[in-house]
Write a protein that binds this ligand. Structure first.
Ligand code: ING
Length: 323
């Protein structure tokens, strides 16, 4: 039996800080229509798709910061995307900066939604693994202030019944942590959707720069294979406000194989016909969690920091600035 789902990875080129939401929505609509024309039931947009990746710079004025966030989703300016999704019968994933009022408090999240083929929001995820810093690093050529601008996601990792299977969502840095895929797989996710804004240069670890594209695929391919998942990773690519970001958006099968990948650093759609039953096959033949996974035998101890076991530098060592 094959449960086929044709998916589009809709890579975005740079979004300039002067581009309006309307300009961006027009680019999203164009990619959605391209996906429809190529038979997609689902089009995956990137992280923080509606704006430039503003955590790359210091914003001190609160009103200016809030201007990069969406107070409602859909909003009048993003509603056309939902309407077109319903008209064409193509669902989508969209990453955006979310400003929410909860318990009378203003909360900011790096969020993403999954929208079905009738334009209805099936679920929302808020990014859990926030890289970077909560204060500017003056010596670095650009910032990553996600810890400053976003609260840690409070919705957990979720998989929703969608598009004939179970679909989960994570965001960018989440993809580097193996727990992300396992948490979603344990909920039955057969496909994981994610967007990323990943600079070619990592100021915290410049020696890893030549491996930026390798590490990008390594973590997603491993996550896909080790959990019997399809993974769709979609970049905001190219030179955005002075920061060069990697592309190589891709669709990865449960075998770990990249079955589609972009070739540019611009708006580019790549598609693949994904058999969700490949996930079922890998789970049955290789990763039977119930029969073969023995977590009670792992001897797992509560995680301790290296220095508590007399190893590694002390946390107050200034040279040991964690990102
Ligand atoms: N960006 C980067 C990412 O996880 C990063 C941050 C870059 C971490 C390189 C490690 C290495 O892809 C976001 N937005 O999470």
């Amino acid at each position: 039996m094959s449960r086929m789902l044709t998916v589009g990875a809709a890579q975005f080129g740079p979004v300039s800080r002067t581009e309006t939401r309307q300009d961006v929505v027009n680019r999203l609509l164009d990619l959605l229509r391209q996906g429809h024309a190529r038979g997609c039931q689902l089009v995956v947009f990137t992280e923080a798709a509606l704006t430039a990746f503003f955590p790359h710079w210091l914003i001190t004025d609160e009103a200016e910061l809030d201007g990069w966030f969406e107070r409602e989703m859909p909003s009048p300016v993003t509603q056309p995307l939902f309407d077109e999704a319903a008209r064409l019968g193509v669902g989508f994933h969209l990453g955006y900066a979310e400003l929410a009022w909860e318990g009378g408090e203003k909360r900011r999240y790096n969020s993403a939604i999954l929208v079905d083929q009738r334009g209805r929001i099936l679920g929302k995820y808020r990014k859990i693994h926030l890289p970077g810093y909560d204060s500017p690093q003056p010596e670095q050529p650009f910032q990553n202030l996600e810890k400053r601008y976003f609260a840690v996601g409070d919705l957990g990792f979720r998989a929703w019944p969608a598009f004939g299977g179970m679909v989960g969502v994570c965001i960018c840095n989440d993809r580097r942590w193996p727990e992300t895929y396992r948490a979603l797989a344990l909920q039955g996710a057969e496909m994981v959707l994610l967007g990323y804004n990943t600079p070619l240069h990592n100021p915290a670890l410049p020696s890893s720069d030549p491996l930026a594209n390798f590490h990008n695929h390594l973590c997603m391919q491993a996550g896909a294979y080790q959990n019997g998942l399809w993974v769709v990773g979609v970049a905001k690519a190219g030179l955005e406000e002075g920061v060069m970001q990697i592309g190589q958006s891709c669709i990865i099968a449960p075998s770990g194989e990249i079955v589609a990948m972009t070739a540019t650093l611009e708006d580019e759609l790549v598609t693949a016909r994904c058999d969700l039953d490949l996930a079922t096959l890998y789970r049955a033949k290789l990763w039977n969690f119930a029969r073969n996974r023995r977590i009670e035998h792992y001897g797992l101890i509560t995680e301790q920091r290296g220095e508590e076991r007399g190893k590694g530098p002390s946390p107050d060592d200034p040279a040991h600035e964690e990102s």
